[in-house]
Design a protein around this ligand. Structure first.
Ligand code: HAM
Length: 469
């Protein structure tokens, strides 16, 4: 009897599934466009998303941290076009990878050139390094970037078709210190954002070492073929390293007993890897050795690593960022032999992880600090206030104001909610006298000052002695 019930259920599934998918499709269409007051409105393409003002509190600190780390570790900014020749990515990332085989936005340009919207930026950085003769510059050349990437993947939480990465690449340094430096930059990026992360790390050795290992892996997986999911059966011939990446339940026990690459590494590769780990120990960066970490792009040699949120769900399956060494790629793309290492961090996934972490831990993003709220009364007050706002900005005093709130009470309430230590009040009387009122928001004590001396008095009160910008 239970068997029969089960059978009936499975028979029904495709019908209900197809009804559901039609419904889903319809509601998707609705979500993307609708008719409002007789006019068609437009929505987003699948897998695309807007970054809204409400999320600025996540994006601004990320950019701030990236910029700060770049300047501290002496990376120079690289910007490359969104469109590149498709061959650049096919050759760098490699056939047989998901990115090249399934996910690239490729189209023919009007002149017939096959172009592609960049799925990542490492290959473009290598192109720029070669093309602009950066090998002639003192090495290492350290570059960083921030921008949109495009991958036509199946959208889900933390996976978009257009997403942002911040990336750091070091060219011309073979020393394991460079690998560790990049992991340190990634770790600090998340530390600045208050998100605990851990590093998963592995070594893929040299191509020769990897080839021997692949043979062993293929033999092992062939002997377990009947236990594998369909995708893995295809991977045996197509891209055997990716067998280790499979998340399917039925492949896990096979994966657990798979041969480990570390046993195929020669003395030099092992030594490089050990040195990277020693640096991480010295830097107190938490890491896990992960023999199944192979990365989804074919250009890596030696160290590979990924960053996972230590305490957020988005991190359990998908990495926040990743990178590694690609010592052969510059030569492969037509340049001189140049060791290189880099990493890129996914910003949408970072935002998701921070949101989850904050919710779990009852934490809020720190508010942007406001030094003074400028309150105005009447039209004259508003006119002078705009000039005062501009003067204060020129002296690096962070101000807030709201011209649409006309009552002083409302404006002071706003100043309070923004935690501004001071309010500057300019009403009709102050305009006539050439003065302004400085109100200490904590004590409520007010002081009338000459408008010409306002900047200096405020700077003194705020303890700001820095130079005029
Ligand atoms: P990747 O692992 O392909 O590496 O991407 C890095 C990060 O970008 C991922 O960990 C993830 O956070 C984010 N990411 C990737 N695909 C998506 C997606 N569809 N939606 C949202 N986020 C995504 C690279 O791209 C290499 N270029 C990294 C590198 C730099 N290696 C050496 N240098």
């Amino acid at each position: 009897m239970p068997k029969k019930e089960k059978k009936m259920k499975t028979k029904k599934t495709p019908v209900s599934k197809s009804v559901k998918s039609v419904k889903d499709k319809k509601s998707k269409e609705k979500e993307n466009s609708s008719t409002e007051r007789g006019r068609r409105t437009y929505g987003l393409l699948r897998g695309m998303h807007d970054i809204l003002p409400k999320d600025e509190k996540y994006w601004k600190p990320m950019y701030g941290s990236a910029q700060d780390l770049a300047s501290h570790f002496q990376f120079s900014r690289l910007e490359t076009p969104v469109l590149e020749e498709v061959g650049l990515f096919v050759r760098s990332i490699g056939k047989g990878t998901d990115v090249v085989d399934k996910e690239m936005y490729v189209f023919e340009d009007k002149d017939g050139t096959k172009v592609c919207m960049r799925p990542e930026l490492t290959a473009a950085a290598v192109r720029a390094y070669i093309m602009h003769g950066m090998w002639n510059m003192p090495q290492p050349v350290k570059l960083w970037y921030w921008g949109q990437m495009f991958r036509h993947d199946r959208p889900q939480a933390g996976r978009y078709r257009e997403f942002h990465q911040v990336g750091f690449e070091i060219f011309g340094q073979a020393d394991p210190a460079a690998d560790a430096e990049l992991i340190l930059v990634a770790f600090n990026f998340y530390k600045d954002l208050g998100l605990p992360v851990e590093i998963h790390i592995n070594s893929l050795g040299t191509p020769a070492e990897r080839a021997n290992y692949k043979n062993e892996l293929v033999n092992y997986y062939r002997s377990k073929r009947s236990y594998l999911c369909e995708e893995c059966r295809n991977r045996i011939a197509k891209n055997p390293l990716r067998l280790l990446d499979c998340k399917e339940e039925r492949c896990q026990s096979v994966k657990e007993d798979a041969p480990q690459i570390i046993n195929w590494l020669g003395a030099e590769s092992k030594n490089h890897f050990m040195k990277v780990l020693e640096f991480l120990d010295e830097l107190n960066i938490p890491y896990q050795l992960d023999s199944t970490l192979v990365r989804g792009l074919n250009y890596y040699t030696h160290t590979v690593f990924e960053v996972y949120a230590a305490d957020a769900e988005v991190g359990s399956q998908s990495a926040l960022g990743g990178g590694g060494r690609y010592d052969l790629l510059v030569e492969e793309i037509g340049g001189r032999p140049t060791p290189a290492v880099g990493m890129a961090l996914g910003l949408e996934r970072t935002v998701l992880a921070i949101k989850q972490f904050n919710e779990k831990n009852n934490r809020e993003m720190p508010k942007q600090p406001v030094d003074a709220f400028i309150a105005q009364l009447g039209e004259e007050g508003r006119r002078i206030t705009l000039k005062v706002i501009n003067d204060l900005r020129g002296h690096n005093i962070k101000i807030a104001f709201n011209f649409f709130k006309t009552s002083l009470k409302n404006q002071l309430e706003l100043a309070d909610s923004l935690k501004a230590p001071f309010a500057v009040i300019i009403g009709q009387k102050e305009v006539q006298d050439g003065t302004a009122i400085i109100r200490d928001m904590e004590s409520g004590i007010q002081e009338i000052v000459d408008q010409k001396k306002l900047v200096n008095i405020l700077k003194r009160k705020l303890g700001k002695f820095d130079e005029k910008r």
